[in-house]
Design a protein around this ligand. Structure first.
Ligand SMILES: Cc1cc2nc3c(=O)[nH]c(=O)nc-3n(C[C@H](O)[C@H](O)[C@H](O)COP(=O)(O)O)c2cc1C
Length: 229
C-alpha cells in the first residue's frame, strides 16, 4: 500500500484508542463541528443518515453528569438500557477478551479484584465522560431497523478516527444507554428515539496511569477465512 493517504488513514485507525482519563483542556466547538461534518460522510443504507447527536459541554454537561450520578447514588447499578447490549451468557472467546481489558484497566489503576468500592468508583467515571469536556449522546429513531444501527456504528467510528487524526481523543460509552430516562429528560430527547451510546471527546491526560493502554487483537486466522477456488 504505497499511497501516502492510505498510510495516514491507517495511522489514524491503528492509533485510535479508547481514552478513559481526560484533561480539562477545552475542545474548540469549531473542531467538534469539523469532526461531525466529516463523520456525516459515513455510508448509510440508502443514504438514510440515521445518526442523531446531542453534544453536551460546560453547564449542560455538568447538569447531565450530576443528574446521572444522583440517580446512581439513589439506586446503585439499577439502571438498565432499553436494549440488550451484551450476551446473556458470556462465553469463550468473548469472556476472556472482556476480562483482559478489565484486568489491565484495574492493574494500571491499582484496583484490587476484591476492592468493589474502587471498582464502582471507576465505573462511575463513565458518567463524568472520564473528565472529557465534551460529551456526545447518540440516539436513533425507534422505528429504524438493524441496518441503521450499523450505520450509526460507522458514523461513530468516523468521529473517533477524525479525533484520532491529531485532534482530541475519544471513548465510546455504551454505559450511557443505561441512563436513557435521565438523559432523555435532561436533553429533551423525544420518546420515539432510543438512546444508543455516549462518547467522550477531549484531550488525554498524558500523565495518567491509563495513558497509552493498548488492547490486544486476534490474528487474521482467528477471524478471517479466505476463499480462493
Ligand atoms: C459501542 C462501544 C461501546 C463502548 N462502551 C464503553 C463504555 O461504556 N465504557 C468504557 O470504558 N469503554 C467502552 N467501550 C470501549 C471498549 O472497551 C474498547 O473499544 C475496547 O476495549 C478496545 O479498546 P480500544 O478502543 O482502546 O482499542 C466501548 C466501545 C464500543 C465500540
Amino acid at each position: 500500500m504505497p499511497a501516502v493517504a492510505a498510510d495516514t488513514v491507517e495511522n489514524a485507525i491503528v492509533g485510535r484508542r479508547s481514552v478513559r482519563d481526560f484533561s480539562s483542556r477545552p475542545v474548540p466547538m469549531v473542531l467538534v463541528e469539523r469532526i461531525l461534518l466529516a463523520a456525516r460522510r459515513a455510508p448509510s443504507s440508502t443514504n438514510m443518515q440515521p445518526w442523531k447527536v446531542d453534544v453536551v459541554t460546560k453547564a449542560a454537561r455538568e447538569r447531565l453528569v450530576a443528574a446521572i450520578l444522583d440517580t446512581e447514588s439513589r439506586a446503585p447499578g439499577m439502571a438498565q438500557a432499553e436494549f440488550a447490549y451484551y450476551p446473556q451468557q458470556w462465553r469463550s472467546p468473548y469472556a476472556e477478551r472482556r476480562r483482559q481489558v478489565g484486568l489491565e484497566l484495574y492493574r494500571r489503576l491499582g484496583i484490587k479484584k476484591e476492592d468493589q468500592a474502587r471498582a464502582r468508583q471507576q465505573l462511575l467515571r463513565n458518567y463524568e465522560f472520564f473528565g472529557a469536556p465534551v460529551g456526545l449522546i447518540l440516539s436513533i429513531d425507534r422505528d429504524l431497523e438493524a441496518a441503521s444501527w450499523l450505520d450509526i456504528g460507522m458514523f461513530m467510528q468516523n468521529v473517533m478516527i477524525m479525533a484520532a487524526g491529531g485532534g482530541p481523543a475519544s471513548c465510546p460509552q455504551l454505559a450511557f444507554a443505561k441512563h436513557h430516562a435521565v438523559i432523555r429528560h435532561g436533553l429533551g430527547i423525544p420518546a420515539d428515539r432510543i438512546i444508543l451510546c455516549g462518547m467522550a471527546l477531549g484531550y488525554e491526560q498524558i500523565d495518567s496511569p491509563l495513558h497509552a493502554m493498548v488492547t490486544e487483537r486476534a490474528e487474521l486466522d482467528v477471524f478471517v477465512r479466505f476463499h480462493h477456488q
